[in-house]
Design a protein around this ligand. Sequence first.
Ligand SMILES: [Zn+2]
Ligand SMILES: [Zn+2]
Length: 140
Amino acid sequence: MIEGHCLCGAVTIAVAEHGGFTGVCHCRMCQRWSGALFACFPANADAVTVTGKVARFASTDFAERAFCPKCGSHLWMRNTDRDDAPYGLMPGLFDAARDIPLKSEIYTDRALPGLALAGDHRRATRAEYEAKNLHLEGDG
Ligand SMILES: [Zn+2]
Ligand SMILES: [Zn+2]
């Protein structure tokens, strides 16, 4: 069990079990939403308990991005095509995320200067990722 909270503390998230890795995305939507690069780690819906008021933005017709309506901290991204879709939780909310290793980095050809990450994790360019995954056409 790990626990985290937003910057103001109005939203807390308890995670009974998670995927054990972090993924990073440099797509234009994630850059706009996060301000630079986006990182999250997966957790099954039944392992996540959220308390406090949460705001949601439907960033595409298949996914939402959630944030604290008081302080604006980003909380998760999640597909909305099914009720039990896993969460992609923001590592920075959790002190324990220091122990979760980086496993993948996507849209690497779109990373802002200096923000392409070092290490031996898996990488994919925009073309490589979009050939195999659901995405939004023409994300600008
Ligand atoms: Zn907050
Ligand atoms: Zn992205």
